[in-house]
Structure formats: C-alpha cells, structure tokens
Design a protein around this ligand. Structure first.
Ligand SMILES: Cc1cc2nc3c(=O)[nH]c(=O)nc-3n(C[C@H](O)[C@H](O)[C@H](O)COP(=O)(O)OP(=O)(O)OC[C@H]3O[C@@H](n4cnc5c(N)ncnc54)[C@H](O)[C@@H]3O)c2cc1C
Length: 326
C-alpha cells in the first residue's frame, strides 16, 4: 500500500514530447486532473501501476477549441466541459452533447475537466476506487471481481466483459456514440463506438503512449434531433446511475445508454424499433422496452439488493431521451 504518493510532474509542450514521455515505464497523462489526481490521492491503484511521472497535457498549446469545418464539428481534446456545455453551435446542433456536458459533475469540475479526460476516465466501481487499494480487483491485475459477490446495485445489467461488472461512468461518451463521433488520436482515427474497452487499469483501447487529440462529429442529417437524459442520486456532483443519448430523425436513430455495462451500450434494438416512426409516448415506450431486452442483472442476495431495478430505470431514462428528440 502506498502511503505517500510521490511523482515527477512535467508540463509537455507538444504532443510529440508528451507521447515520448508516455512511452516510458511508470508514466501517466493528466489533463484537468479531476479524475487521475483522485486516484493517486486516495491510493486507488496497486503500487505496480503507480506512475512515477505525470505528463501534463494541458500545457500543450492549441488543443482547446470548438469549430465547424467542412460540415464537421471539431472539438480539441483539452476543451473544458463547461465550454462545450455553453457553446451555441453544440447546444443547437449537437444538443445531446451539450446537455451531457452540462449534466456532468459540478461547475468547478466542468471548468477543469476536459472532454479528452472525460472519455478516458477510469471506472467508479466502489471496490476499484476503494482507498488504499483494499480490493485488488481483476481490473487492476488481481484475480477477482469483488462486485460480483458484493454490493453491485449500480453495476452492469448486461453481464461482464473479462469478468468485471464495473460500468463506464462517462456522461459525454453516450452522446458521442449517438452522434457517430470519431476520436482522433496521435496514431489513428477510432469510431466512438469502438473507443472503450475493459483495460488495466483504464477504460479505452488507447495504447500507453497514445493521446486523444480531437473529437470529430459529422453534421446531423436533416431532421435529426438529439437529446441526453441522466439519472443520478443527486442533481449535481454525481455520476450517472444510468444515462442515455439519442439522435433520431430522417429515418434514422442512434441510441446509447451508459453506466449499464462495462462500455457504453448501443441499444440497436431500440433504434430499430423507433426508426422511421413518429416519436410518441407509445413508440418511445416500445423502443425502450426493446432496447432493454437481453439484460442479465445481478440478483439480490443477503444484504445486497442486486440491480434488477436498474433495468426499469434504464427504460425510463431511454424513453425520456427518445421523447427529447421529438
Ligand atoms: C466529484 C466528482 C464528480 C464527477 N462527476 C462526474 C459526472 O457526473 N460525470 C462524468 O462523466 N464524470 C464525472 N467526474 C469524472 C471526471 O473528473 C470528469 O469526467 C472529467 O471530465 C475528467 O477530465 P479531466 O481532464 O480532469 O481528466 P484527467 O483526470 O486529467 O484524466 C482522466 C484520465 O484520462 C486520461 N487522459 C486525459 N486526457 C487524455 C487525452 N487527451 N488522451 C489520452 N488520455 C487522456 C488520463 O491519463 C487519465 O487516465 C467526476 C469527478 C469528480 C471528482
């Protein structure tokens, strides 16, 4: 157990410099620091995964912008969530993303936290996040998922990838999937739907020295509206119990839930059910019902309430997100 966290901190001045530093053993990137600093401060990771050097990306100039070019919205990875939430273009044309950013955390965290950090943040499973790495779980190189046998009321309702039932906690992730975004990194272009993964100890397909540079979102087709709905215990400073982004219109639909599975969950059955139909309460309800088929929630046992209740919560949230596109 690490009692004192010590690391070197460097302010990278270019993506090349940052990538070279991240290629070294024992390094990690930081942007706004609102996620990573907490994991270090509370000794969440096992010693072997602790960074000896933090590479600050925020000191790299030119990665903080929102602009439209050739019909594509481009958002620099270091753009703060608050800037996305209040941007007029994002609010009017890519509404689910603005709403997702607006509903994230608190004003202070939105002023610090970046979109790049939001999509790369580690999971919030209370066993994974327990101070002083009390539960060396499978996501950290251990050999079991403590949530499987413990309190899993907020965990996956769609089973596990790699025997871990932690959920992806990002609010902006489902909006990016619904809007068919592409993540541009220092190495490649990744469709948002392929960006997340159960990784040790992270949550993306990124290589260790790979950095998110930009997010690109195609202009919505004529008639498409999008919306985002979040359910959380508190109205602010709280992660989603379940959230949902929908982009519907012009005969098409893209709907993505998050906090229900290891990775954002694209509800293709709901999309098929609502495509080309009028957005009415009945149709939205039928689509949400279809979208939540195939769940495998955790059963209650002893003092563990399980999470069957999350299935109906997710249906309600999805129905509202669909109705928001009317
Ligand atoms: C109290 C509290 C409440 C919160 N509530 C919410 C919430 O409601 N919804 C929500 O979605 N999140 C929430 N968060 C999580 C998180 O802090 C924010 O989502 C924020 O956007 C993270 O961005 P950051 O720039 O601070 O990330 P950092 O902490 O700097 O980085 C997070 C991770 O991403 C990696 N990273 C950062 N930028 C890049 C990049 N460009 N390329 C590659 N890797 C990168 C880092 O290495 C690190 O692993 C909350 C956090 C706190 C502390």
């Amino acid at each position: 157990m690490k009692t004192i966290v010590e690391f070197e901190h460097i302010n990278a001045t270019s993506l090349d410099e940052a990538a070279a530093a991240l290629a070294e053993e024992g390094t990690m990137a930081t942007a706004g620091g609102t996620d990573i600093i907490g994991t270090l401060r509370f000794s969440v990771l096992p010693d072997a995964l602790y960074p000896t050097k933090l590479v600050n990306l925020k000191s790299i100039p030119g990665l903080d912008y929102i602009k439209e070019e050739g019909g594509t919205l481009k958002i620099g990875a270091l753009t703060r969530l608050e800037d996305i939430a209040i941007n007029t273009t994002v609010k009017t044309k890519y509404s689910c993303l603005a709403e997702a950013a607006r509903k994230t955390a608190s004003p202070h965290i939105r002023e610090m936290g970046t979109i790049g950090g939001n999509i790369c943040q580690m999971n919030r499973c209370w066993y994974f996040r327990c101070n002083d790495n009390r539960f060396d779980c499978i996501r950290k190189g251990g050999n079991m998922c403590f949530a499987m046998m413990g309190d899993n009321r907020y965990h996956s309702i769609f089973g596990a990838i790699g025997a871990c039932i932690a959920v992806n906690p990002s609010d902006t992730a489902p909006a990016l999937v619904a809007l068919d975004a592409t993540v541009i990194t220092t190495r490649r272009e990744i469709a948002a739907g392929d960006f997340w993964a159960v990784a040790i100890p992270g949550s993306t397909v990124l290589e260790k020295d790979e950095i998110v540079k930009e997010i690109q979102i195609p202009a919505p087709a004529s008639g498409v509206k999008s919306w985002f709905v979040k359910m959380a215990i508190r109205k602010a400073i709280d992660f989603p119990i379940v959230n949902c982004a929908a982009a519907i219109g012009g005969g098409n639909a893209r709907i993505c839930l998050n906090a229900v599975h290891n990775n954002p969950y694209r509800a293709t059955k709901a999309e098929d059910a609502i495509k080309g139909k009028a957005i009415t309460m009945e149709n939205a309800e039928a689509a949400a019902e279809a979208g939540l088929t195939g769940t495998s929630p955790m059963a209650a046992s002893g003092s563990n309430p399980g999470n069957k209740w999350k299935v109906s919560a997710a249906k309600g949230v999805m129905k509202q997100a669909i109705m928001g596109c009317a």
